[in-house]
Design a protein around this ligand. Structure first.
Ligand SMILES: NC(=O)c1ccc[n+]([C@@H]2O[C@H](COP(=O)([O-])OP(=O)(O)OC[C@H]3O[C@@H](n4cnc5c(N)ncnc54)[C@H](OP(=O)(O)O)[C@@H]3O)[C@@H](O)[C@H]2O)c1
Length: 320
């Protein structure tokens, strides 16, 4: 079994540094993928209501616990509040639905999936008018206050955010009773986000790197002029060859060695096993520099589909 390392969160809780992602892991496959992942030492599991597979993820988790592959208290299970449920009155019902699907009575971490509210339309997570998502103008600070209550009620151990920029985080800090434990943001050699890294280190918040393998399956890459798969990059391949490792393992270490967490997604047992084996080698300074030099500001998940880029809380710089 792979060993793992932990990050200490601002609340003092511990989070496994390596996790497995579940976006685009289909029902029917994700159940077994989770069992394989836990067998190989993964303890941090990144889920989201928006991924549409939480019921299947819940079955996988249930099997893991039933078979005694891990104890509930040793797992770090994360889900995300979707944008449609930002109205404070919708926050707790959204969490309760996620807990029901995951067959759990608490989450280790609940994240606001983005600062951008969307109109809550039953049965439609991306309601549209004239090809444009219908926004809500709920202030994410009000959503955060409702999330704080979930911690107070013991339904979630920690709260955090995803896809926020430093200005939005500063606003949250100014109003928060409970500070965010975690921020999820994309990071891989094509998007190194140096300024964001500095901000996160200064605040002492834990950064969970999403799309750490550059998310080659992301539907957003279709429109992008940038390279789409860092695992195929010649520089990444050369570093992999030097260490006798796979490109995916190099990309995972790239983030872990910066003191960040990472949640590579895989539904393939061989890949899952490979991705777990990242604690017995180190990249050197020269490798890290070469990888960081690939930065071209390419986002796998820029959230600008269906007019989301026009949202008043759109978090990213359009030039990236
Ligand atoms: N908060 C957010 O807004 C947000 C946004 C994006 C992602 N995330 C989270 O971050 C997780 C990871 O990001 P991601 O899913 O975008 O992409 P990713 O982890 O960067 O890349 C996943 C892709 O890499 C492949 N892969 C995995 N291991 C591999 C290996 N060892 N060798 C070759 N290929 C490999 C996977 O295929 P196989 O499955 O076939 O192995 C899949 O196509 C997500 O699943 C999700 O949990 C969160």
């Amino acid at each position: 079994m792979a060993s793992t390392t932990f990050l200490t969160l601002p609340s003092g809780r511990k989070m496994p540094q390596l996790g497995i992602g579940t976006w685009l892991s289909p029902a029917g496959i994700v159940q077994d993928a989770l069992e394989v992942a836990v067998k190989h030492g993964f303890r941090h599991i990144d889920c989201a209501y928006f991924y549409g597979n939480e019921e299947a993820v819940g079955e996988g988790l249930h099997n893991v616990l039933k078979k005694g592959l891990a104890k509930r208290e040793d797992l770090f299970i994360v889900s995300k509040l979707w944008n449609s449920f930002h109205d404070p009155k919708d926050v707790k019902p959204a969490l309760m639905e996620t807990l029901k699907l995951l067959k759990l009575d608490y989450l280790d971490l609940y994240l606001m999936h983005s600062p951008m509210g969307i109109k809550n339309v039953k049965g439609d997570l991306l309601p549209q008018k004239d090809g444009q998502v219908i926004f809500s103008d709920v202030d994410y600070v009000d959503t955060w206050k409702a999330m704080e209550k979930l911690v107070e009620e013991g339904l979630v151990k920690s709260i955090g955010v995803a896809n926020f920029n430093p200005q939005q985080l500063d606003r949250l800090y100014a109003h928060a009773k409970i500070c965010p434990d975690v921020v999820q943001a994309e990071r891989h050699p094509y998007l190194t986000q140096c300024e964001f890294l500095e901000y996160v280190k200064k605040k002492g918040i834990a950064w969970v790197c999403i799309s750490p393998l550059s998310s080659p399956e992301s539907p957003f890459w279709k429109e992008s002029p940038h390279p789409k798969n860092a695992m195929e990059d010649p520089v990444v391949k050369a570093v992999a060859k030097k260490h006798g490792r796979s490109p995916a393992q190099i990309l995972i270490r790239f983030n872990l060695q910066c003191g960040l967490a990472a949640v590579p997604k895989s539904q393939n047992p061989k890949h899952i096993e490979e991705n777990a084996k990242v604690f017995d080698f180190c990249l050197d300074e020269e490798d890290l520099k070469k990888l960081a030099a690939l930065n071209c500001g390419a986002r796998a998940v820029p959230w600008d589909l269906l007019g989301m880029g026009k949202h008043k809380y759109y978090p990213f710089c359009k030039k990236e």
